[in-house]
Ligand binder design. Structure first.
Ligand code: PMV
Length: 326
């Protein structure tokens, strides 16, 4: 049986992709920079089938949580797969099975890891069937993945990825082994999808100047990281996610992902930073959960924060290298 299994990680943007060029296949209005979350992965298994169309099913494997994809989600996944088949000129049909290695009820976005895994799985399978010169070119695969889900194009590189236009590329920066905590403030499905958010933010009066603000932060953040300046990096990362959330709140209609829980976690992080003049990078995506990234040598404070937030919330903790899921 012709079958392969491939996995890809998720990523968290420190400079956010928010706003896309209309009708461009997810080309961003500004550059973004992400850290790859090696421990949060989607697995995709492709099997050639004799049926007359591709099919999607949850991937059932003991160590994985089967994906619970809505009908719309399945159609989007199948559409991207069919786009990839066309690129390679493949006509055979496949069963696509996918699952995450993290709980599906924790409100973590999985479109980045799922589309990256689907693109990489298709590339591996189709290179066997109908090899193309560009079929193993990472940048080109990143460009293809982008057309399924924008943020997925950054998941092809680790640990840092920079995405400015068509595709993402690796970026050499210090801090290659960060520890990651996610404070799960809200585990229900979000009401406004990121696709809708990309459209709505353009109605905010604050969208004017957003591209310049994000680009400036991108330059400043890479400089700060290069010069080992964690303090400045932390401030830029904080300003950036607040800027994105302000766009949401000032859109027409306005919307928000922040909950009392998110605010409580952010307040606590701010207090601890003020007290110690050190702490994690703090960021939020288009959701209520709060992501914290600690330097390799901050392992002690990583467990202290974990203990602290576990009192009120569900917390996922991933140690950098060979990270354990707790
Ligand atoms: O890839 P999308 O369309 O789900 O957009 C993701 C947008 C954010 O997660 C909010 C930011 C980012 O850069 O990942």
């Amino acid at each position: 049986m012709n079958t392969i299994t491939v996995s890809a990680p998720s990523n968290i943007a420190l400079i956010k992709y928010m706003g896309k060029i209309e009708g461009s296949g997810n080309k961003p209005t500004n550059g973004s920079l992400s850290y790859t979350l090696e421990n949060l992965r989607t697995f995709v298994r492709l099997t050639e089938i004799s049926g007359d169309q591709d099919q999607w099913k949850p991937f059932v494997r003991e160590d994985l949580t089967p994906l619970d994809l809505s009908e719309k989600g399945q159609q989007r996944f199948l559409k991207h797969f069919s786009f990839l088949k066309d690129k390679w000129g493949v006509q055979k049909n496949f069963l696509i099975e996918s699952a995450n290695n993290f709980p599906s009820d924790c409100g973590l976005a999985s479109s980045a890891s799922s589309f990256a895994a689907l693109t990489l799985a298709a590339a591996e399978m189709f290179q066997k069937l109908n090899p193309q010169e560009w079929g193993t070119d990472k940048k080109y695969l990143s460009e293809l993945s982008r057309q399924g889900s924008g943020s997925s194009c950054r998941s092809l590189y680790t640990p840092w990825a920079l995405w400015q236009h068509e595709y993402a590329e690796p970026m050499a920066l210090p801090f290659e082994n960060l520890h990651h905590l996610v404070v799960i403030v809200e585990d229900s499905k979000k009401e406004v999808s990121s696709s809708e958010a990309h459209k709505l933010v353009t109605t905010s009066p604050r969208f004017e100047g957003r591209v310049e603000r994000a680009e400036m932060r991108l330059r400043d953040l890479t400089t700060a990281l290069r010069f080992d300046d964690w303090h400045i990096a932390r401030q830029i990362v904080w300003d950036e996610f607040i800027d994105m959330h302000r766009l949401f709140e000032t859109s027409t209609p306005s919307f928000t992902y922040m909950t009392d829980g998110s605010r409580k976690v952010l307040d606590e992080c701010q207090k601890l930073w003020n007290k110690w003049q050190d702490g994690p990078l703090v960021t939020m995506d288009a959701g209520a959960n709060v992501h914290l990234l600690f330097r390799n040598e901050q392992l002690k404070s990583f467990s202290d924060y974990r203990e602290l937030f576990m009192k009120d919330f569900k917390v996922l903790a991933f140690e950098g290298i060979k990270g354990n899921v707790h």
